[in-house]
Design a protein around this ligand. Structure first.
Ligand code: DLL
Length: 430
């Protein structure tokens, strides 16, 4: 099922012509932003020189720090009276990144989300619970207007009050839910405690943070849904950049609206299909805040082949962020690798926390607290010791690193309503 069949299945030549036209329009729009006027002049790049899609590589990158330096409205390319909405990122340090939208942007954005939800079979007959923060976070209003565009019955539930969320699913016959994968785990736990099997639910849309295939299996089993991965970032409108189809094998990125490159994060050189690197995106239809070659910091790769669903471009599920990478005694560790190992073990519960400390002799030490499922936790001490040793071994194989593992009681680690914060690095500044 298509929302916008023409754009979703465009063949190469036609697509490239559209991308190039839109890239050139974007180059005109960025001329209204002082930062870009100066940058392009400094780099000696003139818009007229961009004649093919490959020429995009002649343009400079835009980084998150650049956007911060323009706080609050320095990257707006239209007068404020044309900006009809503002969202911000949840920056944990310093000022957030500010994103502006024109009326045209809001229409484009909700159209992209409508594509996603139509792709997985949702229609005006569905009842949709939107269980993410409805405020400055783009996930809330982004999905709200996309779902309304399709004509779904929308519950702007927000986060928190999880028992009430479970009751709403049951009482209102909710068929589709949107939340972060960490909140979905918590919702499953509360529904089980309440004795609800969430019978009406069939579709789960989870995103805003990385989650593994093992977590997907668990969520599908416990919530009784088909779980789809949803990717986006505020700087590129928000959610709606890439989304899984019923094949659940890679995410479709809407390439009529986003020009995609994968680069080596260190050298900035382009990487080909099948090679993992940093996703760089030039949005092609953004009006209020056009960007050139935005470095997302997210790690993925292009698929080589088309999808059996008929849609073209696909990228792999995300394996982490360039800046999430922990360097422990010289070894690169992504939190997603830890999640992958833990979620594959049947005794392990839903939650874990990672602590990194500078230990004796200035060596980095990684300690992982792991919740164990109740039926295993009450077992013999010797069994627990064996389980702990097994986890240490599995982690050592995956990470090539010896870690400390502490098994903890079910329910004792923090739960997250929005994005999870599972890594606490206590080494101080390096
Ligand atoms: O998280 C937008 C969003 C809302 C996406 C709801 C999906 C669903 P930001 O708060 O700006 O925007 O955070 C963007 O979150 O650069 C990734 O690092 C991470 N992220 C988002 N979706 C995924 C995903 C929203 N599916 C940052 N897998 C991005 C892995 C994700 N990481």
């Amino acid at each position: 099922m298509y929302w916008d069949e023409k754009h979703e299945t465009m063949r190469q030549a036609e697509l490239e012509a559209l991308q190039l036209r839109r890239l050139r329009e974007t180059l005109t729009r960025v001329q209204n932003v002082e930062f870009y006027r100066d940058l392009l002049e400094r780099e000696g790049v003139r818009a007229e020189e961009i004649r093919t899609l490959e020429d995009v590589r002649r343009l400079p990158f835009t980084k998150k720090q650049d956007l911060r330096s323009g706080y609050p409205f320095g990257f707006f390319a239209v007068p404020m009276r044309d900006v009809v909405r503002i969202h911000t990122t949840s920056g944990t340090t310093g000022k957030p990144t500010v994103v502006g939208y024109t009326r045209g942007d809001l229409d484009n954005w909700s159209g992209l989300i409508a594509r996603n939800m139509t792709m997985v079979g949702l229609t005006a007959d569905d009842v949709f619970q939107n269980a993410v923060n409805m405020g400055m976070f783009t996930g809330g209003l982004g999905f709200h207007y996309g779902a309304e565009k399709i004509g779904m019955t929308v519950l702007p539930a927000g986060t928190g009050n999880t028992k009430r969320q479970v009751e709403m699913i049951d009482d209102f016959g909710v068929t589709a839910i949107h939340c972060t994968p960490s909140y979905a785990m918590h919702l499953a736990e509360v529904a089980e405690e309440m004795g609800s099997d969430l019978a009406s639910l069939k579709c789960g849309i989870f995103g805003a943070e990385a989650w593994s295939d093992a977590t997907r299996s668990e969520l599908q089993d416990r919530l009784g849904v088909t779980a789809y991965d949803s990717y986006g970032l505020s700087e590129l409108y928000g959610p709606g950049v890439a989304f899984e189809c019923p094949e659940q094998d890679g995410l479709h990125i809407w390439h009529d609206s986003y020009l995609v490159e994968i680069i080596d994060p260190v050298t900035g050189e382009p990487l080909g299909p099948g090679e993992r690197g940093e996703l760089v995106v030039t949005p092609l239809v953004k009006e209020a805040m056009p960007l050139l070659r935005y470095r997302t910091g997210d790690i993925t790769m292009l698929y080589e082949d088309d999808c059996p669903c008929g849609r073209t471009m696909r990228i792999a599920r995300f394996s982490g962020r360039v800046d999430d990478m922990l360097i422990i005694r010289g070894i690169n560790v992504f939190p997603s690798q830890i999640e992958h190992v833990l979620m594959a073990m049947p005794e392990v519960g839903d939650q874990f926390m990672v602590y990194v400390d500078r230990g004796e002799r200035h060596l980095d030490e990684m300690t992982i607290e792991v919740e164990i499922k109740r039926r295993f936790f009450s077992g013999e001490l010797a069994d627990l010791a064996r389980l702990q040793e097994r986890i240490v071994r599995a982690l050592r194989e995956a990470l090539e690193l010896r870690t400390h593992v502490r098994l903890v009681e079910p329910g004792s680690l923090p739960r997250f309503e929005g994005k999870s914060k599972r890594v606490i690095d206590r080494r101080g500044t390096l």
